[in-house]
Ligand binder design. Sequence first.
Ligand SMILES: [Zn+2]
Length: 166
Amino acid sequence: MAARISPEKIEEVRLATDIVDVVSGYLSLRKRGKNYFGLCPFHAEKTPSFSVNPEMQIFRCFGCGAGGNVFHFIMRMEGLSFPDAVRMLAERAGITLDEEEVSDEETREREALYFANKLAAETSTASNSTRRTVATPWLTCAVADFRSTRSSAFSSASHPTAGMPC
Ligand SMILES: [Zn+2]
């Protein structure tokens, strides 16, 4: 299912989640200075080069270069997509994601797809030499409609869409 979680919700989940807490569920971390260190779960190593910065809420491995925020960690650790990682951490933090946001986005996607298909159909019926001028009559008409609502001074002779199927 195509899904979209609002940036506000993603930020809410991120702020409600402690990356040290999450990472500690997968490997043991030891505090050294401001950071926590542990054996990297993404490459084989015997000395810890995997670090977690609680202040910035990010992780970084100096051995294999893996890094990112808590969502990236879960994505890689659990093999999840970004939205699924957000869902998992939202559930963990007791945050309900707005499902209406998802269906709204699906509606917008369907609309975008509809207009893309409509435009493609108009374009494909035109020959190569005339494609440029006939591909976007609806756009020209839309501009003309906009202008006519702003000014009645446009004479039909100077109307930019004279001859267009408005
Ligand atoms: Zn690593």
